[in-house]
Design a protein around this ligand. Structure first.
Ligand code: ADP
Ligand code: MG
Length: 284
């Protein structure tokens, strides 16, 4: 490969809204045959909205939201932003800890609050009822001082460009796989909307599980691209043959990636793949 052609390719990438870490990245882009897509913030807008509250006995909807929102104001997770934005009269939070892929913990008004996936609460000794989980949206569990306080529901929207971009990736010969820490119900609903079959949905995975998914595919001989936006995606982005970060995403994701999609939409992924194929064709 002549460096000049690669540099031209890199410059052309910038015009298309794709920031390329180095000219050599174009080479791995060309060989990719499988593309893992994070759901929240990548395929979906990641701008979530509070969609409902189901307080447990002993809690009102207002109190449930107040504990959850006051804790979540300190987190940059899309779920957290939605919950905090919907909470009137936020209280301060102490000892806040973000638990990537799980939720968050902290102290609100002197009480220990845990917000996140049901497993986070159970792992911390909280009894979470099986009822209340919704299949059509993300169900977030809340505990106050070790007691289950209720469910907070948040809904997300698929980006208007996602379905077309995923169809175009397929036309380029790539196999798209949806990879998410969210539960199977909401994951499948999104997959349906963008044309990813149920067998290509990997749901409920922790950040380490995203890395495992990348490695498993690589062991089976696939050349894997991963597109993500979150702190929870950073390790998988680094493990993939090609890591693509949403420019609208977190610094951790951008730092771990080979390519950054400035506009934060999947269409640029297709552009990047076409560009690298065209650039390398010109060289040969
Ligand atoms: P995704 O892979 O879709 O980007 P994450 O790995 O960030 O999702 O999160 C996986 C799951 O963990 C979420 O669906 C949610 O249940 C829970 N979770 C993670 N962070 C938070 C948070 N700050 N507040 C509430 N729930 C969270
Ligand atoms: Mg995400």
């Amino acid at each position: 490969a002549t460096p000049t052609a690669l540099l031209v390719g890199t410059g052309r990438g910038a015009q298309l809204g794709v920031l390329i870490r180095g000219p050599e990245v174009l080479e791995s882009t060309r060989r990719v045959d499988t593309i893992l897509l994070d759901k929240t913030g990548t395929v979906t807008t990641g701008v979530m909205a509070l969609a409902g509250l189901s307080p447990a006995e002993g809690f009102t909807a207002e109190k449930l939201l107040w504990y959850a929102g006051s804790l979540e104001q300190a987190s940059e997770h899309p779920i957290a932003r939605a919950v905090a934005a919907a909470t009137p009269d936020l209280s301060g939070v102490d000892e806040f800890t973000a638990l990537p892929g799980l939720g968050a913990s902290g102290v609100v008004d002197g009480r220990t609050v845990l917000v996140g996936r049901a497993a986070l609460l159970s792992d911390n000794g909280v009894t979470v009822p099986e009822s209340g989980v919704r299949e059509d949206m993300t169900s977030v569990a809340v505990a106050v001082d070790g007691i289950f306080a209720g469910w907070v529901y948040v809904a997300d929207t698929v980006k208007p460009t996602s379905a077309d971009a995923i169809a175009a990736l397929r036309r380029e010969g790539l196999r798209p796989v949806l990879l998410t820490g969210d539960a199977a119900g909401p994951a499948r609903l999104v997959a349906e909307q963008v044309g990813v079959p149920a067998e290509d949905v990997v749901a409920g995975v922790l950040p380490a599980g995203k890395v495992d998914a990348v490695r498993e595919l690589q062991q089976r001989g696939a050349v894997v691209a991963m597109v993500g936006d979150g702190v929870n995606d950073a390790a998988a982005l680094a493990a993939a043959d090609l890591g693509l970060a949403m420019g609208t995403g977190t610094d951790a994701a951008i730092e771990a990636a080979d390519l950054t999609l400035v506009r934060g939409d999947l269409t640029a992924t297709v552009d990047a793949i076409r560009l690298s194929r065209a650039t390398l064709r010109n060289i040969k």
